[in-house]
Design a protein around this ligand. Structure first.
Ligand SMILES: [Zn+2]
Length: 412
């Protein structure tokens, strides 16, 4: 370990990853799970102890804090989310450090069948000599996004101890429930008090992302005509058959998550439940462009209308709700925050990479609500599963990039 940040980042990630803070979409409260408070309280206390200003835990579950500026300049926000993904076991995480990775297959103590192989993960093959952190085989690691938390906390600690570094004021936010799309409360843009911000929630070194999906969700409710099956002739209308017809009529060989990549959007049936009298089908709609997203909503409505036309005794309702929008729509009007992050990466000797995110971040909502917020790399890999891993040195590169960015922002 040569870099002064390596040990601190490693210690922080190991410590934070061991704390269960998984979010749960089925719970309507904010935060969705009480365990996220274990992380939020810890961060609030650590920020207070290191001398950050205005430290608070808001009633919507976000820890906010200020690092006062040492020079005039815009207020820059740095965000990370404290929750871990609901898709995989995240309780009892046992982080494990592999010092000086030798380039071979990585095995896991709690699941001997599991192998993380550089042959299948080319990015891993680039990390020979790095110190890697993984979980033990039966849980995810939660580097998504505790790596982001560790990076922002390490940067904060360093800046609070280094008043000689000329930079403007910095605001920090640690959000809950990002993984279930509820990380940005209505109050956050105002309470953040930042001119622009960055989420530390990206993958490989160099990623500076400013495009996310635009997202809607849809709920289709099919109400049939219910009657005792013994007396049903020419009277019953079975909602199951009509719901099946809707699903069958929608594209399956195209326009689904499993048949699209890059810039193509999709209609994804996520959920179907009910019975012969009523069925509810849930969809998510995704596209990078407004027109494309609207067209997908229109296609879904047309399919519902066609099935409805074939069975006027049924009632088919199609409701579409907006979720988040591609942050590019706002960022392209003023690319300063993106250009700053790219320039900071270049100053650290890294080639910036900007690929569209096939998902959303807290920055998607924040940008739409008036705080331009691109996404910056942390190094996290194979997220949301047992192979999740990260290089400590990649995290240190992200930390240095953020520090350089904070100094460059005073001149923007
Ligand atoms: Zn994340």
């Amino acid at each position: 370990m040569q870099n002064p940040f390596d040990q601190e980042l490693q210690d922080r990630l190991v410590r934070y990853a061991a704390i269960d803070s998984q979010s749960d979409e089925s719970v309507p409260t904010s935060p969705s799970t009480a365990c996220q408070f274990d992380m939020l309280h810890l961060l609030r206390d650590e920020l207070t102890e290191m001398g950050a200003q205005d430290v608070e835990l808001t009633d919507y579950g976000v820890v906010l804090a200020t690092i006062p500026g040492t020079a005039p300049g815009p207020t820059v926000g740095f965000l990370a989310h404290v929750d871990t993904a609901p898709q995989f076991n995240a309780s009892g995480v046992k982080p494990r450090v592999i010092s000086g990775y030798n380039g071979g297959d990585i095995t896991f103590p709690d699941d001997p069948a599991l192998v993380l192989s550089p042959a299948e993960h080319p990015y891993l093959a680039e990390k020979i000599g790095h110190d890697l952190i993984t979980a033990s085989g039966t849980t995810l690691l939660g580097a998504d996004d505790k790596a982001g938390v560790a990076i922002v906390m390490t940067m904060a600690r360093h800046l609070l101890n280094s008043p000689e570094i000329a930079r403007g004021p910095i605001r920090m936010a640690f959000t809950p429930d990002e993984e279930i799309g509820r990380g940005v409360s209505e109050c956050l843009p105002k309470d953040l008090r930042a001119d622009f911000a960055y989420t530390l929630d990206g993958g490989q070194v160099g990623e500076i992302e400013y495009e996310s999906f635009s997202a809607d969700r849809a709920v289709v409710t099919v109400t049939g005509v219910s009657i005792h099956p013994g007396w049903a002739k020419e009277k019953m209308v079975n909602a199951i058959h009509l719901a099946s017809k809707i699903v069958q009529t929608l594209p399956q060989a195209t326009m689904t998550p499993e048949t699209t990549a890059d810039r193509d959007g999709f209609i994804h049936a996520t959920d179907m439940e009910g019975g012969s009298s009523e069925m509810v089908i849930k969809f998510i709609l995704r596209d990078f462009e407004r027109d494309g997203l609207a067209a997908k909503g229109e296609l879904l409505r047309q399919v519902c209308a066609a099935v409805q036309a074939g069975e006027p005794r049924a009632a088919i309702k199609c409701e579409i709700y907006p979720q988040y929008r591609n942050m590019r729509y706002w960022l392209e009007e003023d690319m300063t925050p993106v250009e700053l992050a790219r320039a900071a990466a270049k100053a650290e000797g890294i080639e910036p990479i900007s690929v569209p995110i096939r998902g959303g971040t807290d920055g998607s909502r924040l940008t739409e609500m008036g705080v331009p917020t691109p996404n910056v790399f942390t190094g996290m890999q194979c997220i949301h599963g047992p192979l999740e891993w990260i290089s400590v040195q990649d995290m240190a590169t992200a930390t240095r990039t953020c520090l350089t960015l904070a100094q460059m922002a005073t001149k923007s």
